[in-house]
Write a protein that binds this ligand. Structure first.
Ligand code: PEP
Ligand code: MN
Length: 354
C-alpha cells in the first residue's frame, strides 16, 4: 500500500503507478478528499517498497498482508465512518435507510413476474429480484427459464427489465456462469453472484468488468476472511460497488437442523468492522422457512444490515422453486414496516452513543 502525501501532484501519482506496473502488477488508485492511496494488485512481494517509499510525493510505502486491502476499512481513503454508498437509480445501498430487495425465487412467466413486481412495490420494496439462471442441486428440477437457451433467457430477462421500469424498481438477477455474463449484464441493474459461485474467481472478474454493482453472496462454507478475499477480486478490477450478502452457512453436527442453513447474524457487524462495503442479509435462503422470515428479518436489521433480500410470491405454494420459504406480499409489508422502525431505533441509539 502506498500512501501519498497530501498535495501530491498527478505526475507524482503517475510515477508511482508506472513503477508498480513495471513489476507486472496493476495499481488501484483511490483518491480521497485528503490523500491518495495506491494499492498494488498482484504479487506485492515483487515490489521494492524501500525504493518506492523515497519517490517524490510518497508519504509511506508498506506491504499489507491482509488479503482484502482494497475494500478494507483500515486502508480506506474515506474519512473515518464514511460508508461506501452504492447508488442504483434512486436507491442508495449502504446509506441510512435499509433497502428491501424482493421478488420471486425464479422468474416463471411474464404474468407471475409483473403481478409480484406490482405487489412488492406496493409493500415498499426498493429493488426487484428474480432468477433466470437458477443454481439447483438436482439436474431434474426446474433450472430457470434461462435453461431454455439464449432466446428464452433473453425474453425472461426482458420481462424483468420491463417490470422494473414499469414499477420503478431497479432489478437484480443471478449469473451462474461466464457464458451468461454479457446477456445478464445487458438487462439488469445489479448482477448477482450466487453463494455457490463465490469462489469462482474468473466469474467474479468478468462480472466486475461490466462496471455494474454486484450483489455477491457468501458461500455457505466460507469464513469471513475468505469471503472478503473473494470480494477483493471484484474491487481489483476497479469496481467497488459490491453489495455483500449473508445467506446462511452450513449446519454442523448430526440430526435435524430445522433451518436450511445457520443464519450467521454476527457476521454482519463483524464484516462491517472490516470493510466499508454494505452488507445485506437474505433470511429466505438462510432459514428456508416462511414462518421464520419475519423474526429473522427483524434480527438482521437489528444486527445492522443495510437491507434484506426476501423471496415473495402471491401464492407461495405454487412457486416452482423454494416454495417453502416464500412469503406473501402482505407479510413483506409488515416486515418492511417493522424493520424501518427497528432501523430508526438503532441508528438514533448509535448516534447517541458515538
Ligand atoms: C438466490 O438468491 O436465488 C439463491 C440461489 O441464493 P443462494 O445463492 O444464496 O443460494
Ligand atoms: Mn431461492
Amino acid at each position: 500500500m502506498i500512501i501519498m502525501k497530501t498535495g501530491a501532484t498527478p505526475e507524482q501519482i503517475k510515477r508511482v503507478v508506472k513503477e508498480i506496473e513495471s513489476y507486472g502488477l496493476r495499481a488501484d488508485v483511490s483518491q480521497g478528499a485528503y490523500r491518495t492511496v495506491i494499492g498494488p494488485v498482484g504479487d506485492e512481494r515483487k515490489l521494492p517498497f524501500d525504493r518506492i517509499a523515497v519517490l517524490p510525493g510518497v508519504k509511506e510505502a508498506q506491504m499489507v498482508d491482509i488479503p482484502y486491502k482494497l475494500i478494507s476499512r483500515e486502508y480506506s481513503t474515506a474519512p473515518e465512518g464514511l460508508e461506501h454508498i452504492i447508488k442504483v437509480g434512486e436507491v442508495e445501498i449502504g446509506g441510512k435507510e435499509p433497502v428491501f430487495i424482493a421478488g420471486p425465487c425464479a422468474v416463471e412467466s411474464k404474468a407471475q413476474l409483473f403481478k409480484i413486481a406490482e405487489q412488492v412495490k406496493l409493500a415498499g420494496a426498493h429493488i426487484l429480484r428474480g432468477g433466470v439462471f437458477k443454481p439447483r442441486s438436482s439436474v431434474h428440477s426446474f433450472q430457470g427459464l434461462g435453461a431454455g437457451g439464449p432466446d428464452a433467457a433473453g425474453e425472461a430477462l426482458d420481462w424483468l427489465r420491463e417490470a422494473g421500469r414499469k414499477f420503478e424498481l431497479p432489478v437484480v438477477s443471478e449469473v451462474r456462469g461466464e457464458g451468461q455474463v454479457d446477456l445478464v449484464a445487458e438487462y439488469v441493474d445489479i448482477i448477482q453472484i450466487g453463494a455457490r459461485n463465490m469462489y469462482d474467481q474468473d466469474l467474479l472478474t468478468q462480472v466486475a468488468r461490466k462496471g455494474k454493482p454486484v450483489l455477491m453472496k457468501r458461500h455457505f462454507g466460507a469464513g469471513i476472511e475468505e469471503y472478503l478475499s473473494f470480494a477483493e477480486y471484484i474491487a481489483a478490477e476497479g469496481n467497488k460497488d459490491v453489495i455483500l450478502c449473508e445467506r446462511g452457512i452450513v449446519p454442523m453436527g448430526k440430526g435435524k437442523s430445522y433451518t436450511r442453513y445457520i443464519f450467521d447474524l454476527a457476521s454482519i457487524p463483524a464484516i462491517q468492522k472490516e470493510t466499508f462495503l454494505p452488507i445485506i442479509a437474505d433470511p429466505s435462503h438462510a432459514t428456508g422457512r416462511r414462518d421464520l422470515i419475519y423474526d429473522m428479518s427483524c434480527a438482521a436489521i437489528a444486527a445492522g444490515a443495510s437491507g434484506l433480500m426476501i423471496e415473495v410470491h402471491y401464492n407461495p405454494a405454487e412457486a416452482l422453486v423454494d416454495a417453502q420459504q416464500q412469503i406473501t406480499p402482505d407479510e413483506l409489508k409488515s416486515i418492511i414496516d417493522t424493520c424501518k422502525q427497528i432501523n430508526r431505533l438503532i441508528t438514533s441509539e448509535k448516534s447517541r452513543t458515538r
